[in-house]
Structure formats: structure tokens, C-alpha cells
Design a protein around this ligand. Structure first.
Ligand SMILES: Cc1ncc(COP(=O)(O)O)c(C=O)c1O
Length: 493
């Protein structure tokens, strides 16, 4: 399909310069030439109407047989990228295929309002694939994961149930996994549910996306803890909701402050088990107050129970969902940090009234996560390995947190004070007066130390300067050296 007809090709036109990247292993000369020229046209380096160098000069410049160059040009002509006229040369067509023009014009103007919000969110910079490893926020101890055991369970499952595991999965998730999750979350978090209420997703982000699509309209107001998890804040903003930051203190979210700011919100995103990023649990008093508000306003509460099982001291309070008598709490948890981030499996426990809507929505959205992975996880949980792994991780992370707190206390107390946490994978380091947290992050990264400025998680509040550090993936040696490097950096500022 063409946008318009005939090309008006100039008679006297200089050849466009053609710079081709090196040929990758395995690509034939024809394929390489064709791909390189086509890519140069698509991304605009060869502009419409420009003349390609002659086949003879391309052949000699790149030491390719002329017949190969002719074949590549012919293929590009057949597909509509270029056209040749005898005696004049080969030109990039002015009228490119409609689909190609569309692909080139993806820019701000062509995005929807929701798309713009999604594209503008700063979150990728918070969790980008950085080369800096020490104190990375988003990584559990990967070296401690029982990889061999996992692969044995995966192979056994495929061997014994291959046709079933290779076919379409169930919309709400692999039934044995939903059953294992319902039992596990009932025992460990006091969540009241049957397997019918469990929905397997790829993790918290997808769970929240699915729920916001179902229960929020653009313009609806939502409470988010301030400071709070930026991945939730930006996802909610992208759904068109108006995010109202509600301050947290040592007891968690303060619903009285929320009522004063916006009583009639329709949704609250909270982390009662282990507040992100500050790490404390929500007191019983605050839990009851939040539930009371939700009941009065007919609001939904999304309980992100992320990391709450990774507890280092004290006994955890059961999930907020266990106190809910009004069917307004949607419980969410993820295996992506309990086990490993590449897994991409998590779950929701939804009130019975939402089950059918979730199933219907899912059937036109993503359908279901990988069935073989769900089956492996189901066996991993029901054979007791998840509990075993979590116990080991709690011991390991407790040792790492203790080492960090002691080392920081001894070596860098003059520039940073850590607030001890009871659970989670991260800790907040409060900076001495006068240190700029953004500059501290930038300069620490140059020394191989990762951190995120606490202000990146704030919504309306202005927080004292602090860095959020991830502790799980650093062993004790890396922790000590990270603390030294952080100390040098902070003292220079
Ligand atoms: C509080 C909190 N919830 C949820 C997530 C994301 O979970 P998932 O990777 O399962 O989407 C994160 C990720 O860092 C997080 O910090």
C-alpha cells in the first residue's frame, strides 16, 4: 500500500553516502547488504529521494561481487524501498510503504495520553540494567538460589506431563499452583482465601495493571503511600488516575491525613507488611483505620505484600486482607524477589466478587503466564522448597543487614545513619546535613556503588536527604568495601 503515487526523481543528484556496519557472523553477504540499506532507509539515514551509490562502487568499496549488490538492490526495489531508472541510478523512494512511514513516525505526537504517561515515567532509570552491582535495590541473592533443584523439578515436570504443560493454560493460572499458593499464603500470611480466588500473574506490576484496568476510570483519585513505590505511582498515573500522596510515619500510612487530603478516593495502594521504601510494618491501629475508611467510601485497597516474608526481627502481623470483612482488599505478592527476578511469576488474591471480571479481562489481555514455569513453581512450593528457601534467605539477609548496619556505624556514621529495618531487601541511609542526595548517587555509582535517592519515591513530601540501598545481593566482603567507597564519596561532597 502506498501513501501517494509517482516519484519525482531529480536528474542531477549527488550520491548519498553509504556507511555499512560490519557483517555479523553467519549473515550472508546478500542478507547483510539488504538489511543494512533497508535499516538506513527506515531510520532516516538515507532520506527519501536520495540516490544510492552505484552497484559497481558499493561492490568495490565493500569487496562484494557486483551480482550480490545488484541482487540486494533488486530485492529492495521489489519491496518498494528504492526504485531505479536506466541511466539515472537507484533512488530511495519518496513514497514509502504506509507501514514503514508509520514505523518511522512513532514520536510524542502519535502516542495516546495514556501512552505519553507511560513513556514519560522515570521508572526505567530506577531499575535499568546497571552495571553497578553493590547495594542494587532490585536484586535478591541470586547465587543462593537452588538452581539445580529448580531445573530438576522443571525437567521432571516436562518429562512426566509434557502434552498437558505444552497446551493452553487456564486463564486464572495453573490449578495446582493456585492451590499451593492458597495454602502457602494462608499459613504464612494469614490470608483467607480458596484457590478459586488466586490469580497467577507475572508479578506485582501486572497484578496492579490488571486491577486498575478493572476498577479505575480516568480521573479517579487514588491514595498512594508517600514516600512509596514509584512503580505503582507511575502505573496508576498512566491509568489516568489522580495520585494523592498520603504520608507514612513509623506506623505506616496515616488515613486521617488521607481523609483530610482527599476523603473520596476510590483506591489505595499500600505496603502494610513492609513499607516500601522505609521498611516498617503498619500498626494494627492504622490497619483498622484504613479498612474503616475503605468501607465508608466504598474504596478498594491494593495490598502489595512484597518482601514481608523476608523478616529479620519480630513477628510479622498477618496480612491486612485477613482483617477485611467488607471484601475490599485485593492482596498481591510476587515470587520475583522471593526466588529470582527473571522468573516473572506472582499472584493476586481477589475478593470472590472480582473473580469473573478478572477472568474475562485476562482472556483478552495476556491470557496466562508460562505454564511449564507455573508447574515447576507449584511443585517447588508443595514439596516444601519455598519455605526452606525463605528460611535460608532470612538467615542470609539478616547476616547481611547486620554487617551493613555495624560497618556503617563504625566507618561512616559522620556522613550517613542507617535506620534499622525489620523486613525487606532495602535500607534507608540518612545523609548528614548539606549532602546532596542526587549528587551522592551519581558519584557513588562512579565508584561502583548503587543507590536510589529517597526523593525519587516521594510524591508530594519533601524528605530529608537519604539514599535507599539494596542489601540482599551483596556478600559481606562487598558490603564492607561498598561502605568504604560510599564513605569516601560522601565525605567529598
Ligand atoms: C514494593 C514493590 N512492589 C512490587 C515490585 C515489583 O514486583 P514485580 O517484579 O513482581 O512486578 C517492586 C519491585 O521492585 C517493589 O519494590
Amino acid at each position: 500500500m502506498w501513501r501517494c503515487t509517482p516519484a519525482d526523481m531529480p536528474k542531477k543528484r549527488q550520491n548519498a553516502s553509504l556507511v555499512l556496519r560490519d557483517r555479523s557472523n553467519g549473515a550472508t553477504l546478500f542478507r547483510w547488504l539488504y538489511d543494512e540499506i533497508r535499516t538506513a532507509i527506515v531510520d532516516g539515514r538515507l532520506s527519501p529521494g536520495s540516490r544510492l551509490p552505484s552497484t559497481r562502487s558499493v561492490a568495490s568499496q565493500y569487496r562484494v561481487a557486483r551480482g550480490t549488490v545488484v541482487a540486494a538492490f533488486d530485492q529492495l526495489a521489489a519491496e518498494g524501498y528504492v526504485e531505479s531508472t536506466v541511466g539515472n541510478g537507484t533512488f530511495v523512494r519518496r513514497m514509502l510503504p504506509e507501514s514503514l512511514l508509520g514505523a518511522r513516525s512513532v514520536g510524542r505526537a502519535s502516542l495516546s495520553a495514556r501512552g505519553r504517561l507511560l513513556a514519560e515515567n522515570p521508572f526505567p532509570y530506577l531499575c535499568a540494567n546497571r552495571s553497578v552491582e553493590t547495594f542494587r535495590l532490585d536484586r535478591p541473592a541470586l547465587d543462593a538460589f537452588p538452581t539445580r533443584l529448580w531445573s530438576r523439578i522443571a525437567a521432571r515436570g516436562l518429562r512426566s506431563s509434557a502434552p498437558r504443560l505444552l497446551a493452553h493454560g487456564e486463564i486464572l493460572g495453573f490449578r495446582p499452583l493456585r492451590e499451593a499458593v492458597a495454602a502457602h499464603v494462608g499459613l504464612t500470611r494469614g490470608v483467607k482465601c480458596t484457590a478459586d480466588q488466586v490469580v497467577i500473574t507475572t508479578g506485582t506490576q501486572q497484578s496492579l495493571d490488571l486491577i486498575t484496568r478493572l476498577v479505575l476510570d480516568p480521573g479517579d483519585r487514588v491514595w498512594v503511600e508517600d514516600p512509596g513505590y514509584a512503580g505503582a505511582t507511575w502505573l496508576l498515573r498512566a491509568s489516568g488516575a489522580e495520585v494523592i500522596g498520603v504520608p507514612v510515619d513509623a506506623e505506616g500510612i496515616d488515613s486521617d491525613a488521607g481523609r483530610r487530603r482527599c476523603r473520596s478516593a476510590k483506591f489505595a495502594y499500600v505496603t502494610p507488611g513492609c513499607q516500601f521504601p522505609l521498611g516498617m510494618g503498619m500498626s494494627l491501629r492504622r490497619r483498622l483505620a484504613l479498612l474503616q475508611w475503605a468501607r465508608e467510601e466504598g474504596a478498594w485497597i491494593f495490598e502489595d505484600d512484597y518482601d514481608s516474608q523476608l523478616r529479620f526481627s519480630g513477628r510479622p502481623l498477618a496480612a491486612l486482607q485477613s482483617l477485611d470483612t467488607g471484601g475490599c482488599v485485593i492482596y498481591s505478592n510476587t515470587f520475583n524477589k522471593m526466588l529470582f527476578p527473571a522468573l516473572r511469576l506472582g499472584f493476586l488474591v481477589v475478593p470472590p466478587t472480582l473473580v469473573d471480571a478478572v477472568a474475562a479481562a485476562r482472556s483478552v489481555l495476556d491470557r496466562f503466564p508460562s505454564v511449564p514455569d507455573q508447574a515447576t513453581l507449584a511443585d517447588f512450593i508443595s514439596e516444601g522448597y519455598l519455605d526452606q528457601h525463605m528460611r535460608r534467605m532470612c538467615e542470609l539477609y539478616t547476616a547481611r543487614f547486620d554487617a551493613l548496619v555495624r560497618c556503617a556505624q563504625r566507618r561512616i556514621k559522620d556522613v550517613m545513619e542507617l535506620s534499622p529495618v525489620g523486613a525487606g531487601l532495602q535500607i534507608v541511609g540518612w545523609l548528614a546535613k548539606g549532602i546532596d542526595e542526587n549528587e551522592a548517587c551519581r558519584r557513588a555509582a562512579e565508584r561502583g556503588v548503587d543507590s536510589v535517592a529517597l526523593s525519587k519515591f516521594a510524591i508530594d513530601r519533601s524528605m530529608p536527604p537519604a539514599l535507599v540501598l539494596g542489601v540482599a545481593c551483596a556478600d559481606i566482603r562487598a558490603i564492607r568495601s561498598g561502605v568504604e567507597r560510599l564513605g569516601h564519596t560522601l565525605r567529598e561532597l
